[in-house]
Design a protein around this ligand. Structure first.
Ligand code: 13P
Length: 254
């Protein structure tokens, strides 16, 4: 399985900044993204077309939306549709990111709707899951992961689930490791990813082995290689350390 190295730019970069970073990435990777890597960048909406233009024609580079509203169009002031993301050049989208869950109060129900709608619209979905520090301390890691995965995946029809093979990736991002500089310990990552794999097996059967599980939370150039080498780690979702192309290229090559 190709390792997926994903960049979540969050609410950073105006278009000239995005163009500059995307050009550096494309120029470096045009010579050949390491063949065992797929790089996906999730820029703010206003940067998607800029990044997609810079990436066009370069293998193993893709662009995604950080969010969308689960409807084709309509009176949803301030929202964006999957069709609009696609038109701008996105083929991936995030659902369930912890900042959507905790800052914007997205619950499991809306995340399930977005996941199903995005998949139905032909997007590859990166579904983010992860526990808060309190949930971990209270011994709720497994129940949180189980609830977040099952509420998003179980409502899909059997036919939809059969097609998830190359359409769904999971990002395990412990909330306490996001933007804090406190990366999860190797054993914590191994345990959580094994749990996610098990839960996926219960939800989609054998296909679970083909679904990439990424780790996210304070990934940097100096820890990326060690995390990627852990069992059941099929990629990385990188926030802060993806904002500067040179450092991100080091993570891609880790
Ligand atoms: P940081 O890499 O900045 O901790 O962010 C992780 C994240 O939320 C990626 O989606």
């Amino acid at each position: 399985m190709k390792k997926i190295i994903a960049a979540n730019w969050k609410m950073h970069k105006i278009r000239p900044e995005a163009a500059k970073e995307a050009a550096v990435l494309a120029q470096s990777l045009v010579k050949g993204t390491p063949d065992n890597r797929l790089v996906v960048v999730f820029p703010p909406y206003t940067d998607i077309a800029t990044v997609a233009d810079a990436f066009s024609g370069v293998n193993n580079l893709a662009v995604g939306g950080q969010n969308f509203y689960p409807a084709e169009s309509g009176a949803y002031t301030g929202e964006i549709s999957p069709a609009m993301l696609r038109d701008a050049g996105a083929t991936w989208a995030l659902t369930g990111h912890s900042e959507r869950r905790h800052i914007f109060a997205e619950n499991d129900d809306i995340i399930a709707k977005k996941t199903a709608f995005g998949l139905a619209q032909g997007f590859k979905i990166m579904l983010c899951v992860g526990e808060t520090l309190k949930e971990r301390d209270d011994g709720e890691l497994k129940s949180v992961l189980s609830r977040q995965l099952s509420t998003a995946i179980a409502p899909l029809s059997p036919a939809e689930r059969d097609r998830l093979g190359d359409k769904l990736a999971i990002a395990y991002e412990p909330v306490w490791a996001i933007g804090t500089g406190k990366v999860a310990e190797p054993q914590e990552i191994i345990d959580a990813h094994a749990e996610v794999r098990d839960l996926l097996r219960g939800l989609v059967g054998d296909m679970a082995k083909d679904l990439p599980i990424l780790y996210g939370g304070s990934v940097k150039a100096n820890n990326a290689g060690a995390i990627l080498a852990l069992d059941n780690v099929d990629g990385l979702l990188v926030g802060g350390a993806s904002l500067e192309a040179t450092g991100f290229l080091e993570i891609i090559g880790a």
